[in-house]
Design a protein around this ligand. Structure first.
Ligand code: UGA
Length: 359
């Protein structure tokens, strides 16, 4: 498992070790989120960078499956370090695709829902809000992938991810690579991202941004009014889906699969309000005000930011192939995520621990 120490990796690893008898070799440069699993007798952790291919090759040769999770996937990076984004999401991973093909190792690769870019309607008239599902549901093998101009560097990430998908597809067709590509739709849960200044630097994704504001008593910031929409998926649902993919080798080989929850769609403004309300319920002792303000995308992310307007997964394919359907509603998913953040980072909010535990 490459990237076993990240948000998705940590939850997937925990589930694999709990529910199967599989042996996992995990590779990452950071193990803080999986410290509680390091002593497990069916798990070995290796501190290896993904550029150290000669160290990774023996694992590819000796494993049944390579789960590829490493990515630079926080949008703030797309405009601040665009070269690193292209390198980490394409160039550094490309050789590993080749090795999987050469050594006959099945590849389960995590791509992104971001490859869909913007909706057709959003490009045409700037508003995808009032159209029917046939206009906005994103289907793996039918929906065109629509991105902005080159100077809008937000799309570098999606382009790099898309090119890797196309590379994997080509290796499948030409060289018989056994693969499955997963497109995650905004997974949320405990251990997601980081809180700036505590266990990471920079700007995390929206859930951690909002939790950072709540834990520090600062306003939640809506980029351009928070009009864009996302479908948030509970990490537990997502891990159920991934486990089915890992177990259904034949059915999902050579397939690209969305994992998301179309019923959990909300605008980011709506999300902010919901998170504030749930936080109040979970932590009534915090009596500080929770303000919500609007900031421009340029001020928040810098030049070159554009946004995906709306992305609702069509999940009929993964259902047909594996029988998976999401079960966890937005409130329940958020409650678990918020509780996880509060437990991990607080105690006394004024006195956040320097190295907050990952569990
Ligand atoms: C990101 C990554 O680019 C995807 O690759 C990844 O798959 C996806 O997250 C995910 O979690 O699955 P995005 O949904 O744009 O994509 O990530 P966020 O940073 O969570 O932003 C969501 C929305 O919230 C955007 O409209 C953003 O502008 C907005 N936002 C973010 C705010 O309004 N305020 C904030 O403080 C942070």
């Amino acid at each position: 498992m490459l990237g076993c120490g990240g948000f998705v990796g940590s939850h997937l690893l925990e589930r694999i070790l709990k529910d199967t008898d599989w042996h996992v070799d995990g590779i990452d440069i950071d193990s803080r989120k999986i410290d509680f699993l390091l002593d497990h007798d069916r798990f070995n952790f290796y501190t290896i960078d993904i550029t150290e291919h000669e160290k990774i090759i023996p694992f590819i040769r000796g494993s049944d499956i390579l789960i590829s999770l490493t990515a630079l996937c926080n949008p703030a990076l797309y405009t601040s370090v665009p070269i690193e984004v292209i390198e980490n999401n394409y160039i550094k991973l490309y050789p590993l695709i080749r090795y999987c093909s050469e050594y006959g190792c099945r590849l389960v690769h995590f791509s992104t829902s971001e490859v869909y870019g913007r909706t057709r309607q959003g490009i045409l008239d700037g508003n995808s809000g009032d159209t029917g599902p046939e206009q906005y549901l994103l289907a793996e093998d039918a929906t065109p992938l629509i991105m902005g101009p080159v100077h809008a560097q937000r799309w570098n990430y999606a382009c790099a991810k898309q090119l890797l998908e196309r590379t994997i597809f080509a290796y499948g067709r030409e060289r018989g690579l056994d693969y499955t590509i997963i497109r995650p739709f905004n997974f949320i849960g405990p251990r997601m991202d980081f809180i700036p200044g505590i266990d990471g630097e920079g700007v995390p994704r929206v859930l951690a941004c909002f939790m950072d504001s709540l834990l520090h008593g600062t306003p939640l910031r809506l980029v351009d009014g928070g009009k864009n929409r996302r479908c948030f998926t509970a990490i537990d649902d997502a891990v159920d889906a991934i486990m089915r993919i890992l177990e259904h080798n034949y059915a999902v080989s050579g397939q690209i699969l969305n994992i998301g929850n179309p019923d959990n769609e909300i605008t980011i403004a709506g999300l902010a309000e919901k998170i504030v309300a749930l936080y109040r319920e979970i932590r009534p002792e915090d009596g500080r005000e929770c303000n919500i303000v609007t900031v421009s995308a340029r001020d928040f992310y810098g030049e070159g930011y554009e946004d995906c307007d709306r992305r609702v997964p069509d999940c009929t394919k993964i259902d047909a192939l594996t029988g998976w359907r999401p079960k966890v509603g937005l409130d329940e998913a958020l409650k678990k995520a918020i509780t996880g953040f509060v437990f991990q980072y607080s105690g006394s909010v004024e006195n956040l621990p320097e190295n907050a535990p990952s569990r």
